[in-house]
Design a protein around this ligand. Structure first.
Ligand SMILES: Nc1ncnc2c1ncn2[C@@H]1O[C@H](COP(=O)(O)OP(=O)(O)OP(=O)(O)O)[C@@H](O)[C@H]1O
Ligand SMILES: [Mg+2]
Length: 349
């Protein structure tokens, strides 16, 4: 019998590295059918390097889900009077400018009612109120994201936000029966440490309750190494990835930076825990910077709760043309956002 298959590429164009994961749904199952990564140079060459990555990958589709992030993207969790999904966008027309610090004519926005039965996000919300997620992004940021995708010969189909994609990758793992946490009902924090920023998404089961971006990451790590150990920045970038026998020296040089970044993340946990009267039980780290073996143990000490590097691809079904499992396992944590973007394929019915 003829069976239709469908594919979607999740393309996460970070400030340092582009990551792509293609998912294909066929016969009711979803497989990882291609992955790609490339480090992006600054400036003009960026698109060229990205286009090369796309050309040399074995994607089965041109359709792409990509993301925007940063200070031009606003995420707010609001409490609003109960109303129908049809009434919501209109009500927000009047409300949104209270929460969005940009000129409303330069903004693209989207909203969604939150929470279902048993969802903790409804605890403490009055009977006649509901929780609403409001996302707004400067129009030029969204337009740029669309243009980059088109310029490299692909077709934009979804524009998401990094922190939500992170949550979607986790949810996808749960649905695939690959539960990274033993206790699915518990509260977990996903913390993605990239180059410029760290994205946080705190979830209960598969419901996202809190997101935040902190503008610190791998660039600050390289800078600290360069400053403390008197190295050129390029050498520091290399040394942090391959310290060889000097791991202790690296750890000492980074103690303060880890304290600073870890401390900021911990402030978010505190905020969440006060608001929801519930404890973040476990932390899953992702992003390129989480690939540093010394990072997770240091953060575990700072957070004082179980903290591990997340391997979001590890438990999925793979149908890749040529894979080196070791290389993929190495890269997996860096692919979390790209996987979450691609996982939108499940919502396309
Ligand atoms: N093996 C490694 N050890 C330490 N750091 C690493 C390693 N591999 C990559 N990195 C660092 O990870 C960062 C890139 O990670 P990632 O791809 O998650 O960031 P990005 O998505 O490009 O950045 P952002 O999300 O901040 O825009 C860089 O700072 C890089 O130096
Ligand atoms: Mg990133």
């Amino acid at each position: 019998m003829f069976r239709k298959s469908k594919s979607l590429i999740g393309l996460d164009i970070g400030s340092h590295t582009a990551k792509a994961v293609e998912l294909t749904t066929s016969g009711g199952e979803t497989y990882v059918t291609a992955t790609a990564t490339v480090e992006l140079p600054p400036g003009e060459e960026r698109n060229e390097v990205l286009a090369n990555m796309i050309r040399s990958s074995d994607f089965h589709t041109r359709r792409v889900a990509t993301a925007v992030s940063g200070k031009s993207v606003i995420v707010r969790y609001l409490s609003m009077p109960r109303m129908t999904d049809e009434e919501l966008p209109r009500a927000l027309e009047f409300e949104a400018d209270k929460y969005i610090p940009f000129d409303m004519s330069d903004v693209v926005k989207d909203c969604q009612r939150l929470g279902g039965p048993g969802d903790m996000s409804l605890d403490g919300v009055e009977e006649d109120k509901m929780r609403v997620l409001l996302v707004a992004a400067k129009r030029n940021v969204v337009d740029d994201a669309v243009k980059v995708v088109q310029d490299v010969g692909l077709q934009p189909s979804v524009i998401d936000v990094d922190a939500f994609a992170l949550g979607n990758a986790y949810e996808f793992g749960l649905q695939s029966g690959a539960d990274p946490a033993e206790e699915t009902a518990g509260v977990v924090a996903l913390v993605d440490i990239g180059a410029r920023k760290t994205s946080i998404n705190i979830l209960q089961g598969d419901q996202s309750l809190f997101t935040r971006e902190i503008y610190m990451g791998g660039n600050d790590i390289s800078q600290a190494v360069s400053k403390r150990l008197g190295m050129r920045l390029e050498d520091a970038e290399e040394f942090k990835k391959n310290p060889g026998e000097s791991e202790a020296e690296l750890e000492e040089a980074l103690a303060q930076t880890f304290e600073d970044l870890g401390g900021e993340v911990l402030l978010s946990f505190d905020y969440f825990e006060n608001q929801f009267e519930s404890r973040v039980e476990e932390v899953f780290l992702s992003g390129g910077s989480a690939r540093m073996p010394i990072l997770a143990p240091s953060f575990e000490r700072i957070f004082n709760r179980r903290t591990t590097v997340w391997d979001p691809l590890g438990s999925l079904s793979l149908k890749l043309a040529d894979t080196n499992p070791e290389v993929l396992a190495e890269l997996s944590s860096q692919m979390a956002v790209a996987l979450g973007l691609a996982s939108r394929i499940q919502k396309e019915r």
